[in-house]
Design a binder for this molecule. Structure first.
Ligand code: NAP
Ligand code: MG
Length: 417
């Protein structure tokens, strides 16, 4: 009965979020600068889907029986049980404020835990609205706790806290390392880290070029580049390189930059001032290192934190912009003829390949050191598909069945009869 009640409360929360989707999208758009249409479809839409998906897992968390001690007669029964961890803390960034909350919180609650979540200081509003909706959905008091505040104070306290047994984090690699250390020193709490990325996107000359241009654009400019799986570096095969660049630049010129609440806007303002300043500096470094700035590269000449969709070509492996993540609308292009260095990065979050040759695509996907590989598509995350990085992009998965294990502990029971 308890599990059925859990499912019911979860579904009621998803319904309430859907009923409030326009209000949530408006708040998210104002708070994060995401264009309203995208906020409605992705930021809020996928958050609702995430709660619906994990509602279905509440009563399906199960262990297994394991044959042990093969000697006959076997008088053993060994089985595993999956148990909730207890009090879990979650710390999230500002790029998809509600969606990052949903990805982690839904799995955490479906696994039977309670949660204390710290949203990013610059984008706490939808998390607070969410808290209100959990009360309306009749989550028991104390199960969902939203605790806004700074990372150095609230986030640090949660990592250090002796009663917290699990910390789920999404954010930068730099802070992820600090959190891992604090979790170890305090009480060896379980930790999962979704960190930065510099995802390679490889476009071969035998691709569907129209689609590669369209998806290449969204791989970089989606949510004004504030997207953890944004393609951080595009490798374009030499024979189509110039055409690809020309077509991308033509498309950028058609993009409507402006008020995110205007339904016809394609490209909204960056999340906050410090981030905008970082992007200006990033492009200055690119120019200084003699990458070829083909388009954009500066703040848009209008009030607000708008940054021009930008394209750099002739980017070499050693350059700052080839190595570091921008987290902004900046396309970094390197040409290749034979052999490329898509794995020459410390990150391993996502990757992409465009080619009509499926054997080549599968071969490359096997070689890519990344937690996600998109073939002839990009940004296609789904609530049922596990998401998370390799290397310094962290470890642990959000979404899909795998996400539950991040918030469960496995008990092994052996009976001799
Ligand atoms: P960040 O600086 O690492 O901050 C993330 C969160 O950690 C914020 O809530 C922040 O609080 C908090 N924090 C800061 N110091 C802390 C500490 N000592 N202890 C505990 N928490 C602390 O990241 P960001 O600059 O906000 O976000 C951009 C980064 O996130 C990018 O690198 C991007 O790749 C990554 N990201 C990754 C994914 C993914 O799924 N892999 C998704 C989205 C973003 P404040 O509110 O004080 O900043
Ligand atoms: Mg930060």
């Amino acid at each position: 009965l308890f599990l059925i009640v859990c499912m019911f409360v979860f579904s009621r929360l998803a319904d309430l979020m859907e009923q409030h989707q326009e209000e949530l999208a408006t708040i998210e758009s104002i708070d994060s600068g995401a264009v309203y249409t995208l906020a409605l479809k992705t930021h809020i839409g996928m958050s609702v889907q995430t709660f619906r998906y994990f509602a279905g897992w509440c009563d399906k968390i199960q262990g297994c029986t394991i044959p042990i001690n093969q000697a006959r007669p076997n008088r053993n029964l060994t089985f595993t049980k999956k148990e909730p961890i207890g009090v879990c803390a979650i710390v999230i960034p500002w790029n998809y404020p509600l969606m990052m909350l949903a990805w982690k919180t839904a799995a955490c609650l479906a696994a039977g835990n309670t949660v204390v979540l710290k949203p990013a200081q610059v984008t706490p509003l939808t998390a607070l609205k969410f808290a209100e909706l959990t009360a309306l959905a009749k989550f028991p008091k104390g199960v969902v706790n939203i605790l806004p505040g700074s990372g150095s104070l609230v986030g640090q306290r949660l990592s250090d806290h002796p009663d917290v047994r699990k910390l789920g984090f999404t954010g930068s690699t730099e802070i992820g390392k600090q959190i891992m250390k604090s979790c170890a020193v305090s009480n060896v709490k379980k930790v999962s880290l979704e960190l930065g990325g510099k995802s390679p996107l490889i476009i071969f000359n035998d691709c569907d070029l129209d689609k590669a241009v369209r998806m290449g654009m969204s791989s970089v400019f989606f949510n004004k580049g504030e997207n953890c799986i944004a393609a951080g570096r595009l490798f374009i095969e030499e024979s189509i390189h110039d055409t690809f660049v020309e077509r991308v630049v033509n498309e950028i010129k058609k993009m409507k930059i402006g008020d995110p609440l205007d339904r016809s806007t394609d490209h909204g303002p960056q999340n906050h001032k410090a981030h905008l300043d970082k992007l200006v500096e990033y492009c200055e470094k690119g120019v200084k290192e003699r990458a070829n700035l083909v388009f954009g590269g500066k703040q848009v000449n209008r009030p607000g934190f708008f940054f021009e969709p930008t394209v750099f070509t002739d980017v070499q492996d050693h350059m700052y912009i080839a190595i570091e993540e921008s987290f902004g609308p900046i396309m970094i292009i390197s040409k290749f003829s034979n052999g490329l260095r898509a794995n020459a990065t410390e990150y391993g979050l996502a990757s992409g390949v465009f080619t009509r040759d499926i054997s080549k695509a599968l071969y490359v996907s096997e070689k890519l050191q990344a937690g996600t590989v998109f073939i002839n598509t990009y940004n296609k995350t789904d609530v049922a598909a596990p998401f998370g990085g390799f290397k310094q992009s962290g470890f642990g998965k959000d979404l899909g069945q795998e996400a539950l294990n991040e918030y469960l502990k496995i008990k092994c029971v052996t009976v001799e009869y």
